[in-house]
Design a protein around this ligand. Structure first.
Ligand SMILES: *[C@@H]1O[C@H](CO)[C@@H](O)[C@H](O)[C@H]1NC(C)=O
Ligand SMILES: *[C@@H]1O[C@H](CO)[C@@H](O)[C@H](O)[C@H]1NC(C)=O
Ligand SMILES: *[C@@H]1O[C@H](CO)[C@@H](O)[C@H](O)[C@H]1NC(C)=O
Ligand SMILES: *[C@@H]1O[C@H](CO)[C@@H](O)[C@H](O)[C@H]1NC(C)=O
Ligand SMILES: *[C@@H]1O[C@H](CO)[C@@H](O)[C@H](O)[C@H]1NC(C)=O
Ligand SMILES: *[C@@H]1O[C@H](CO)[C@@H](O)[C@H](O)[C@H]1NC(C)=O
Ligand SMILES: *[C@@H]1O[C@H](CO)[C@@H](O)[C@H](O)[C@H]1NC(C)=O
Ligand SMILES: *[C@@H]1O[C@H](CO)[C@@H](O)[C@H](O)[C@H]1NC(C)=O
Length: 545
């Protein structure tokens, strides 16, 4: 059979493709043989690491346009020609990339290793990693068709194309279809559940970049705050305050492991200003001298944890939480961004804003690539956030709580969010889960959300990946078995690896002190959360697990 499918790996097999609203421009197909790859768990998000050996698949690319919109979109599908598991697994992108970049390809390699037919789309942006090449049709004018492709249109196209290619090659469509993504990829998963409920049977959508127009602009808040202060602390000052918060709040859950399990309780209990005046070692000073922790450093940390607010103090959006890496100086995974980073290499510290956040402010809000974000007043910044919501919420927010269509066609969704996420505040995932639950009391029957203490953005930090979640999603979709909990490994501060569990929100994993061993999974169970909620009041009907 395998030689048969391999022999079908020619463009003619995939002729006759049609997609409402699109014109197919070209189809390529070529057999990839002896494919070998080693894929880390961090890139598979909810699946374990894997070694792919000697895989054979048909690489099919479809290039198409939406006539009149001047776009040119490429989807790339990898279809196993032997040992296809009968399933379709589409992967998400990251940052401003819909897919077809490093993160997506790593995820696809793992999917191929597991026998899935898999696909990614570039949403028309080629290999652009940031929006400058595609954001504007002309200075002052956003390319709304491109933004719409990123937001959702290309995602439904991708699902339709993927299923059609599968049918062309194997003579039948997939038995089950899945989505797996984090960050932008998590937002994409939610966009699909909200707008195209029939596209996927199972969706794994981690650390989703939802409430985009609020959270994305708010990620500039720590820099805006420092600009308004006119003072930029050393990273060592900020890191020392984070370390003190961990020291104070670590044990609140009964376990001292280097992780703040309840960062909301920590926010209420720990005062960053209590550190002001403390003398610390600092390796960002030119001469390696010690520094006093400044009031400006404490105020910046306080502002970063509490999140953006209006000039009158009204909160706009929650911040990243105590325990998150605010400076990037000690990050486990290079390349991740940090909201309150400063650059002190010249001897005078300056703000180090996040590149992609600055691009959002420049290209979409100011519509001017040379717009200077460093001299915005608080009032101007607040107006930009508001204007951004007015213009782009319907494209990018991806926060429609009405998942009833997805529920009614039998869809199942799992999301998780690291509580030490240093990029996207976990408050957005919690808010969304609460809003869906408020609308649909049977939410746990089709959608479950797991908070992950100690995990950074998608990966990194003291927590490992919830690598069993994807198989649990499959069991939920295919066998009706909902995930009551999921295993997680934790790298405790003492160097040991702990085996624990995560629980579906609003439950939390609780350590049984009588049981004694925080490293043993048997000493953890799912229980009620003690801490306060960042948004709505928790309602009792959410506990129907
Ligand atoms: C297949 O790939 C492996 C590992 O990359 C390599 O050692 C081997 O020579 C390849 N075999 C063929 C037939 O290309
Ligand atoms: C690799 O896969 C090809 C195609 O299925 C097969 O012919 C070959 O025997 C495999 N090689 C090894 C070393 O498994
Ligand atoms: C699949 O084909 C496209 C188009 O030729 C090519 O750009 C891409 O690198 C190929 N991918 C693999 C894994 O061979
Ligand atoms: C800087 O200081 C921190 C905290 O004291 C330390 O963990 C880190 O290793 C130092 N980095 C360098 C490059 O010296
Ligand atoms: C800390 O931030 C909160 C929220 O913005 C603010 O209300 C409070 O005044 C800040 N604390 C200090 C001491 O500046
Ligand atoms: C910090 O600033 C220096 C001097 O302007 C610059 O060369 C360097 O690239 C900056 N580093 C980062 C990480 O931005
Ligand atoms: C920021 O700079 C621009 C150009 O340099 C100027 O037009 C604008 O008025 C400045 N805004 C503030 C708040 O200083
Ligand atoms: C569904 O249940 C069957 C029978 O117990 C089992 O063989 C299969 O692996 C399960 N499928 C999933 C995705 O868990």
């Amino acid at each position: 059979m395998s030689a048969f499918f391999a022999s079908l790996c020619v463009p003619g097999t995939f002729g006759g493709l049609s997609l409402h609203g699109a014109e197919i421009l070209s189809v390529s197909a070529s057999l990839v043989t002896n494919y070998t790859a080693s894929v880390a768990a961090v890139f598979r998000i909810t699946q374990p690491s894997t070694e792919v050996q000697n895989a054979t698949f048909c690489n099919v690319t479809v290039t198409y346009t939406h006539p009149g919109q001047n776009d040119n979109i490429i989807t790339e599908a990898w279809l196993p020609t032997e040992d296809w598991n009968g399933r379709f697994l589409a992967v998400g992108g990251g940052g401003f990339a819909a897919g077809r970049g490093f993160l997506s390809f790593e995820n696809m390699k793992g999917a191929i290793g597991d026998g899935y037919a898999t696909i990614t789309t570039d949403s028309g942006f080629g290999d652009a990693q940031e929006p400058t090449p595609w954001a504007l049709v002309s200075p002052g004018n956003v390319n709304l068709y491109n933004l719409q492709n990123l937001a959702h249109v290309s995602l439904n196209d991708e699902a339709i194309i993927g299923k059609a290619l599968i049918k062309n090659l194997y003579g039948k469509g997939p038995e089950y279809s899945y989505w797996n993504g984090c960050s932008q990829g998590g937002r994409q998963g939610l966009a699909l559940a909200q707008r195209y409920p029939k596209a996927y049977d199972g969706i794994s959508a981690a650390a989703p970049a939802i409430y985009w127009s609020d959270f994305f602009t708010s990620s500039h808040w720590p820099q805006q705050f420092m600009n308004n202060l006119g003072t930029y602390p050393y990273g060592c000052e900020i890191d020392a305050i984070t370390a003190a918060a961990v020291a104070v709040c670590d044990g609140l859950d009964g376990v001292v492991d280097g992780i703040i399990a309840d960062p909301d309780a920590c926010l209420a209990r720990f005062d960053p200003f209590s550190l002001v005046g403390k003398v610390i070692d600092c390796n960002q000073t030119i001469d390696g001298s010690q520094v006093d922790i400044s009031h400006a450093a404490a105020a910046t940390v306080n502002a970063t944890w509490h999140g953006a607010s209006k000039p009158n103090g009204t909160p706009i959006w929650p911040g990243v939480l105590p325990g998150a890496d605010l400076t990037g100086l000690s990050q486990t995974f290079p390349g991740q961004v940090s909201l309150a980073a400063t650059n002190c290499t010249t001897g005078t510290c300056v703000g180090a804003p996040i590149f992609l956040t600055v691009k959002w402010l420049q290209m979409f809000l100011a519509k001017d690539p040379s717009f200077d974000v460093a001299n915005l007043t608080h009032v101007e910044y607040d107006r930009l956030i508001h204007a951004g919501k007015q213009q782009f919420a319907s494209f990018m927010d991806t926060a429609d709580p009405d998942l009833s269509d997805f529920r009614d066609v039998g869809g199942k969704m799992i999301t998780f969010h690291g509580l030490a996420d240093n990029v996207i505040p976990p408050g957005g995932s919690e808010k969304y889960y609460q809003e869906v639950s408020a609308l649909l009391p049977d939410t746990p029957s089709f959608y479950r959300y797991f908070e992950v203490p100690g995990l950074g953005h998608c990966f990194g930090g003291r927590a490992g990946q919830p690598s069993s979640l994807f198989e649990q999603l499959r069991a939920w979709v295919e066998n009706g078995t909902a995930p009551g909990q999921t295993p997680i490994d934790v790298n405790a501060a003492d160097g040991t690896v702990h085996h624990r569990i995560l629980c579906p929100y609003p439950h939390v994993s609780v350590f049984d002190e009588g049981c004694g061993d925080a490293a043993a999974v048997a000493c953890w169970s799912c229980g009620e959360r003690g801490g306060s909620s960042r948004f709505l009041k928790r309602s009792d009907n959410q506990t129907g697990l």
